[in-house]
Design a protein around this ligand. Sequence first.
Ligand SMILES: *Cc1c(COP(=O)(O)O)cnc(C)c1O
Length: 375
Amino acid sequence: MRPISMVDLKSQYTNIKQDIDSAISSVIDNTGFIRGKEVKEFEKELADYLNIKHVISCGNGTDALQIAMMALGLQPGDEVITTNFTFIATVEVIALLKLKPVLVDVYHDTYNINIEEVKKAITPKTKAIVPVHLFGQSAYMEQIMQIADEHNLYVIEDNAQAIGADYTFTDGTVKKTGTIGHIGCTSFFPSKNLGCYGDGGALFTNDDVLAEKISVITNHGSKVKYYHDVIGVNSRLDTLQAAILKVKLPLLDNYCNARRQAAEFYNTAFAKIEELQTPETAPFTTHVFHQYTLKVKNGKRDILKQWLNDNNIPAMIYYPVPLHLQKAFAEYKDSSKNYPVTEKLSEQVLSLPMHTELDNEQLHYITGKVTEFFE
Ligand SMILES: *Cc1c(COP(=O)(O)O)cnc(C)c1O
């Protein structure tokens, strides 16, 4: 059996080596390392895939979120509501821009931001909501857009974990996650569902004015070289990464399917284990399983993790510390807020290996070992 890893980028590369290698050497031949033609081509191809007007690439997913908040003109002291159960990047940039992160609890079944809690957190200072499509399924976007409409708020989707997922509205309209709010952000970090071979990110929007602002901000606030209209940042997708992403984008739907099949295999194998809760998918979204995250009951999470590691099966805890308990966010602590769900999740969740190259032998071995643990 091939060794099992959380993410197997090597096997994925081996399967597309020829195309990747020739894409890379073509960029090097042309030496168009920064803002080469592949960058624009990739942006256009991703926009077509997502069915959105503008894709603007940038240096990474964290920058994408920061640039989104800058482009929307959020000002120090403005409140931004987001989930308490996410990767640090979402909240980090809010704090860096001197905006106030207002963290709210999540649903226990989908791990996504709780709509009732969002409503309760709105104040006259609230300017934006940042839903995160955690682990590969969409947050409750229809309700979030309604709330945003009623209160005149911006919505920035953190789509770093869910690129390729579909959201179905009550009227039957289907949209890709990341294309529903005012701006969508994503990351091309290597282990993400559409990953490059280094850092990369992008913003999506249907708004021409915002698209222009975003594009100027990513390039030192400049439209014409050496003329700077606003304070911007230096955050660009390397041409090499764009060329790699151009090879991988046409494979994204296959990759999502491979992840779903692995998840299906796990779900079936674990259905009868009472002490495990398999991931639940909300009815309005497809799930692209950036992570396959179980809930382990009766305090057995850590010993299961150890047992798997002893059997050469990596397993990870996303996320071990809810954001309101992170040292870096101590100053935003709000004693009027409770996070019973996130606190419980941080003790129960366990993510199993999930990637596009898991084979049947590996899946049998993993599910066999998990089952053995509970026997
Ligand atoms: C990965 C990730 C980011 C940040 O992306 P980088 O490219 O690593 O900066 C932001 N939000 C979420 C939810 C992520 O998973």
